[in-house]
Design a binder for this molecule. Structure first.
Ligand code: GYE
Length: 343
């Protein structure tokens, strides 16, 4: 950026100052997974000299995964590491994300980081970011845009691979008997939902004796997962397996099953499959309440910091980097595996 452009940027930054919130300290806390929370608010100051300013639009605080993801980004992009992070919680609404990104553009931040809620709806705002010459780094979910040059790079998970892993485990572990499946989906239109649902759909296409007996979204939150399961249980269906597209919805489903005194998990006829592999998810796997928990790694912070450092040196980062991920079974998971994890 030229000196003249820097001066304009500094002026615009002060204009936008009241709209944005900087996070000064390292090791910020992501909040609690209640499903809703207030947007970050407060008074920002123009970026301190020498700091790299980064605007981060996060989905919300809907899950344990999300909280770990926010904490990882805040920790990596803290002031002590040379960053001024402006954090905005979109409360699961795309329109809030678009607004946040526009605020970041107006504030002329050095980088924009987005954890996109849905895949579609991004072309226009990313064209604006591109016109303002601000690199955009995507984390977690993917987006579907007409032109890939609208974002600099992406770091996240292969959600279809996660879903396929679950479906293959179901084929191998549950034998050839018929399977009546309840499918609790994540936020519709998010790539985490699209990929994990596609993995199950492939399994359904391969196994004619599998059938969906109920399907609906729990929006990745515990409360909505519980409500969906409660409604499903009222239909008195014959259920063999519950495929929950994240741990928090699985916790919600478990609450509904517990309340109805319906056994599930390793020592019952109802198998519970979940995604994320959060600490609480894995504790439930060890306890036999979840049969399979497919990991989704939320620790994007170090990779995002590395990408920014590469770009500061004029290098071009890898366009897409996938996180390494495993899967944990109730039959084999150990306490030591849980103890060794960071989230
Ligand atoms: O599985 C879920 C979260 O996008 C990978 O979103 C993420 C998903 C994750 O709320 O728990």
């Amino acid at each position: 950026m030229t000196v003249a452009k820097k001066a304009v940027v500094a002026f615009l930054t002060t204009l936008c100052v009241l709209l944005l919130t900087p996070l000064a300290a390292c090791g910020g806390n992501g909040g609690s997974p209640s499903g809703a929370s207030g947007s970050a608010s407060g008074v920002a100051s123009a970026p301190a000299a020498g700091l790299i300013s980064v605007g981060f639009s996060q989905v919300s605080v809907e899950s344990d995964w999300r909280i770990a993801n926010t904490a990882s980004i805040k920790e990596a992009l803290c002031e002590a590491n040379g960053y001024q992070l402006i954090f905005k919680d979109a409360q699961q609404k795309l329109e809030n994300q678009l607004e946040a990104v526009r605020e970041f553009i107006a504030a002329a931040v050095d980088y924009i980081v987005i954890a996109p809620i849905t895949e579609t709806g991004w072309d226009e705002v990313l064209q604006e970011a591109q016109a303002a010459d601000i690199p955009v780094i995507l984390v977690g979910r993917m987006i579907d845009v007409s032109d890939d040059s609208l974002y600099t790079c992406w770091v996240g998970s292969d959600f279809f691979a996660e879903g396929s892993k679950a479906a293959k485990w179901m084929e191998q572990s549950l034998g050839s008997g018929p399977l009546n499946i309840v499918h609790i989906q994540g936020t519709l239109g998010s790539s985490a939902q699209i990929g994990r649902s596609a993995g199950l759909e492939e399994g359904l296409a391969r196994n004619s004796n599998w059938q969906l007996v109920a399907q609906g979204t729990g929006d990745f939150s515990e409360t909505n997962g519980r409500d969906f399961m409660e409604r499903t249980l009222r239909q008195n269906l014959n259920i063999n397996l519950i495929y929950c597209e994240n741990d928090n919805m699985a916790f919600g489903a478990m609450e509904a099953l517990d309340a109805a005194r319906i056994p599930y998990g390793r020592s019952s006829d109802i198998t519970l499959v979940s995604f994320d592999g959060t600490r609480r998810g894995l504790e439930n796997t060890l306890a036999g309440r979840i049969n399979l928990d497919v990991e989704c790694n939320p620790l994007h912070g170090p990779r995002v910091a590395e990408i920014i450092q590469q770009m500061e040196k004029g290098l071009t980062p890898i366009k897409r980097s996938f996180m390494t991920e495993a899967a944990f079974e109730a039959a084999t998971i150990t306490q030591a595996q849980i103890d060794g994890r960071d989230y």
